[in-house]
Design a protein around this ligand. Structure first.
Ligand code: C2O
Ligand code: CU
Length: 701
């Protein structure tokens, strides 16, 4: 509903611009009867479209005030005020001009009809340059001002919709746009209409002026969007204190507050000494891989396989991973997605380390103290690196291990020669696997990639042939998960769902709705053909917000409150023009830094006013989902590290700032992140020595 209304709204804005601009141009011309009639018709159409936009806004309102406030407070009043003047003054005048014949029929001649007749005479004769006469009379001032001002309001409306959406608290936007409109109204009182040739000259001049202004603004935007050659994450964006005390990366400056000692993020490592319980070496290299369908791809892999080796460790293990880079040119890192490791082990190029160059290596050490399903991937140009294969799974088992079948499935999209294809691991076709009936099964589903078939929903999976439970989300067990069947599971990019069931005596299929040919088929017998259960066309969506048994909220008060408003707009990122997602109106590096102090409890509100789904991923912390669209969650505590915020949705999450560092907080649609949808969570007193930019080896997104 929201997506539909918001898309229609975007189209109506363009329609309004076209109709009102046409009316504005007409109102500047000579007041012939034909023009008056055309103007009245345009006013009719424009009014209908305006009312439609009003109704659309009403529909969007059901998603919450924040989704319409910019329209209700800024865009629509801007249009309505000149329109009221238009109906009160211009329409009656236009009617008189349009109905000139009746007016001369016995009744007294009005000023307008006299004017019109004079104008029509002038227009007929103006083609002869020799003709001298009285200057042609324009439309009455009420028509010129109200119609042209409405046209300017429509233009401002398009500007707000596509280039710069007003943000709360809207006061500045209201004042600026109202000011622009007043100036426009004053200017549109206009001079007399020019004879045709002068009119053309003027039109050319105005067009040239407007084109120059737009080009100038574009060049300015383009230049300011360029990422600096080198910059520190310390230096980007506006610091947002979320209503808490001020402070900086270099320590506390708040008076009265206990001083916070400055720490270097590079020193926030895991245990540097001690014999590791598990040691792995992951070597990044160029490899060709074969998909289930037989397609051979040039991939980048860890240890020659994609996904990389499945790392399985036990809770409490000291894990050591040596990353060796044997790629020909590209830098690489390893980020432990969802594992809240110490900051220096987080593997983000330019933030927690330098990207590991070809021929170099890097050692990560951390204690695995969260049980659950995680994954790892490069955080150096991940849009390219992860897509090409630099990822794998990481599972932390409880000390006693696991029983039954424990299967990890990584849902990924591969760039096949014939286009993008959704797969499980490298299986872009049906992958069969025998499982004895009665065996407890845990399917750990990791989504590494976006839903390439939908911009508004995350990857859609179904598990068919058995009832099952969603036992864990993002590596955290759910309380009291009930049995489910016939539902769609929408797993955010980067997110994980653990599904548990007891193997029945018929086949069970895990499938991706985007690619019905791929799937993991668990069959009770190893021989003979098995038929996969068929995929239901429109199963209801599983909703974690209402699933499982609730528990008392661990957070009752918040030290900081951050609001992240997500929009999209036409704009530049690093010098190229895109349709860009924005955070509070801007893209990286002009996005906010959320500053906290160790030990604080933080609330973050995401508002998605854009046209696309955004899986928001905070590094280093798990956050509890508190509410969606203003309604508190009622199910099991739902802890996430990656949360898909769909268009029209508002989420509140809460977390404890208990892992000091400089942490990425970005959209895990890696294309969006590469387009600047990146913020960071900073702890007061923690600074990083690393830098990002074209002049450094580090491109974290
Ligand atoms: Cu899975 Cu910042 O990433
Ligand atoms: Cu996004």
């Amino acid at each position: 509903m929201y997506e539909f209304a918001v898309n229609v709204d975007s189209i109506l804005v363009i329609l309004l611009l076209v109709v009102w601009s046409a009316a504005g141009i007409l109102a500047g011309g000579l007041p012939t009867r034909r023009r008056a009639r055309l103007l009245l018709a345009l006013i009719g159409v424009g009014t209908v479209v305006t009312v439609a936009r009003g109704i659309g806004t009403g529909l969007l309102w059901s998603n919450g005030w924040v989704f319409v406030a910019d329209r209700v407070l800024v865009a629509l009043p801007l249009l309505a005020v000149p329109m009221v003047a238009m109906f009160a003054l211009a329409v009656p005048a236009l009617r008189r001009i349009a109905g000139r014949r009746q007016a001369t029929d016995g009744t007294a001649e009005t000023a307008e009809t006299a004017r019109t007749e004079r104008t029509e005479r002038t227009e007929r004769t103006e083609r002869t340059p020799e003709t001298a006469g009285a200057p042609p009379a324009p439309f009455p001032v009420s028509v010129r001002v109200s119609v042209r001002t409405t046209a300017v309001a429509a233009l401002l409306g398009a500007f707000m919709e596509y280039l710069s959406r007003p943000l709360p608290p809207y006061g500045a936007d209201m004042a600026i746009y109202a000011g622009v409109l007043l100036v426009a109204a004053a200017a549109s009182r206009g001079r007399n209409p020019r004879p045709r040739r002068a009119g053309t000259r003027r039109a050319v001049a105005v067009t040239a002026l407007v084109a120059t202004a737009i080009t100038g603004a574009g060049v300015y935007e383009m230049r300011t969007s360029l990422l600096p050659d080198r910059m520190s994450m310390m230096g980007h964006g506006d610091v947002d204190y979320g209503g808490g005390p001020g402070g900086s990366h270099h320590g506390s400056r708040a008076s009265g507050a206990p001083a916070v000692k400055a720490v270097d993020a590079a020193d926030l490592t895991g245990p540097r000494t001690g014999t590791p319980d598990r040691a792995f070496t992951l070597t990044a290299r160029e490899t060709s891989i074969r998909l289930g369908s037989g397609a051979v791809l040039d991939a980048w892999t860890y240890n020659g396989q994609a996904p990389g080796p499945a790392l399985t460790v036990r809770e409490g293990d000291l894990v050591q991973v040596t990353l060796v880079n044997r790629l020909p040119r590209e830098g690489v890192t390893i980020h432990w997605h969802g594992l809240d490791v110490p900051n220096a082990e987080d593997g983000v190029a330019g933030v927690t380390q330098d990207a590991v160059q070809p021929g170099e290596s890097h050692v990560y050490r951390f204690r695995a103290d969260q049980v659950g399903t995680f994954w790892y991937h490069t955080h150096q140009s991940p849009l390219v690196g992860v897509r090409r294969g630099l990822f794998g799974s990481l599972v932390v088992l409880p000390p006693e291990g696991t029983t039954g079948e424990d299967i990890t499935v990584m849902a990924h999209n591969w760039e096949r020669p014939d286009g993008l294809v959704a797969a499980f691991g490298t299986s872009d076709t049906l992958d069969r696997r025998p499982v004895r009936p009665g065996t407890p099964v845990r399917l750990r589903v990791v989504n590494t990639d976006r839903n390439a078939w939908s911009d508004v929903e995350s990857r859609n999976l179904v598990l068919l042939g058995t009832r099952f439970r969603v036992a864990a989300i993002d590596g955290v067990d759910l309380d009291g998960p009930s049995e489910l069947g016939g539902v769609r599971l929408s797993v955010p990019e980067g997110g994980r769902y653990d599904l548990t069931f007891v193997m029945p005596d018929r086949p069970v299929l895990l499938a991706d709705l985007a690619n019905p040919r791929a799937g993991l088929l668990l069959s009770p017998g190893s021989d003979g053909p098995v038929t996969a259960p068929s995929i239901p066309p429109d199963a209801p969506l599983f909703d974690p917000a209402t699933y499982g048994t609730p528990a008392p909220a661990p957070f009752t008060r918040f030290d900081r409150d951050f609001t992240v408003i997500i929009d999209d707009r036409i704009g530049f990122h690093d010098g190229t023009l895109h349709f860009l997602p924005t955070v509070n109106g801007r893209g990286f590096p002009h996005t906010p830094v959320h500053m906290v102090r160790q030990g604080e409890v933080v609330r973050m509100t995401f508002v998605n006013r854009s046209h696309q789904v955004h899986p928001m991923h905070l590094h280093g912390h798990h956050a509890l989902v508190l509410s969606r669209n203003g309604r508190p969650t009622t199910g099991s505590p739902w802890w996430i590290d990656t949360l898909a915020v769909q268009p029209g949705e508002t989420y509140e999450i809460g977390f404890r700032a208990d892992n000091p560092g400089v942490w990425m907080d970005h959209c895990h649609d890696l294309g969006h992140a590469a387009d600047g949808m990146v913020t960071h969570l900073a702890y007061e007193g923690v600074s990083t020595p690393y830098e990002i930019g074209h002049g450094t080896p580090n491109q974290p997104e």
